[in-house]
Write a protein of this length. Structure first.
Length: 277
């Protein structure tokens, strides 16, 4: 489905990003494997090359615009113009970013939003400019989250960034449509990842039963959606967001969230009123 294409996948050293890179390669694309972890990226590149895929390790923190320019220039020299971009990576940063809104510091808010939105903007614009200058069509796929629509407790910066990503997806899709550059987003549901603890520990069967299709998803489920949106099979689709979640969003409720601390007036240790403490 992707023969002759060049895919650039951010955060491709492990988990969903790795699965996307491997699937793009299996469908005929050359693949740039981006990650900040050079060892992880090299392992994926080796796996791709062993399968006969032309691959390149694109190492760098893509929230830095200078790094974006350098890494894309190196990729273009190695593989040619990127015509499939998968914005999969996100930067998990800020000690207070994963607590109640009352506790999120201005510094952590700025850091989380800037790093993640800069990465999305920089990679997307660099890809789109190269395509437009070369008079080539392309596809950009952004990996979003249910948090863009349904709130996660204690995830204010994360959910805000994912909501912004989906607005960005729609707006950029409209701006780039005259050049034949399509932009869409995918929302993974509950995804089981190798090398990490079970998603729901000893209650995994109970939680899986709460997903309409009866199981957690796999990274390969997300990779299949990316390949569809990158391919000519979706040539008339742009500006859309798709759930790949086993029906979780359709049923209007998520699996139970036990053990997540809830701050309320009766138990709150409130931070100072001033934003600068």
């Amino acid at each position: 489905m992707l023969t002759g294409r060049t895919a650039f996948v951010t955060g491709a050293g492990r988990n969903i990003g790795r699965a996307i890179a491997i699937r793009c390669g299996s469908e005929g694309a050359s693949v740039a494997v981006n990650d900040v972890d050079a060892t992880a990226a090299a392992a994926v590149v080796a796996e791709l090359r062993d399968a006969g895929v032309q691959a390149h390790a694109a190492i760098g923190d893509m929230s830095d615009f200078a790094v974006v320019d350098r890494v894309f220039a190196e990729t273009e020299e190695a593989l040619g113009t990127v015509d499939i971009l998968v914005n999969n990576a996100y930067v998990r940063c800020g000690d207070t970013a994963w607590g109640n809104f009352l506790a999120v510091s201005p510094a952590d808010w700025e850091l989380f939003v800037a790093k993640n939105m800069n990465m999305l903007y920089g990679c997307t614009q660099r890809t789109a400019r190269a395509l437009a200058r070369s008079n080539l069509k392309g596809s950009i796929v952004n990996i979003s989250s249910h948090g863009a629509e349904r709130a996660h407790r204690n995830h204010i910066p994360y959910d805000s960034v994912k909501g912004a990503m989906e607005s960005f997806t729609r707006a950029v899709a409209v701006d780039l449509a005259p050049w034949g550059i399509r932009v869409n987003a995918l929302r993974p549901g509950a995804i089981a990842v190798e090398g990490e603890p079970p998603m729901w520990d000893d209650k995994e069967e109970l939680r899986a039963a709460q997903i309409p299709l009866g199981r957690a998803g796999s990274p390969e489920d997300i990779a299949a959606g990316v390949v569809f949106l990158a391919s000519a099979e979706s040539a008339f689709i742009t500006g859309q967001t798709f759930n790949i979640d086993g029906g979780m969003m359709a049923q209007g409720r998520a699996p139970q969230v036990e053990g997540v601390p809830v701050m309320h007036p009766g138990n709150a240790e409130l931070p100072p009123t001033s934003l600068f403490h």
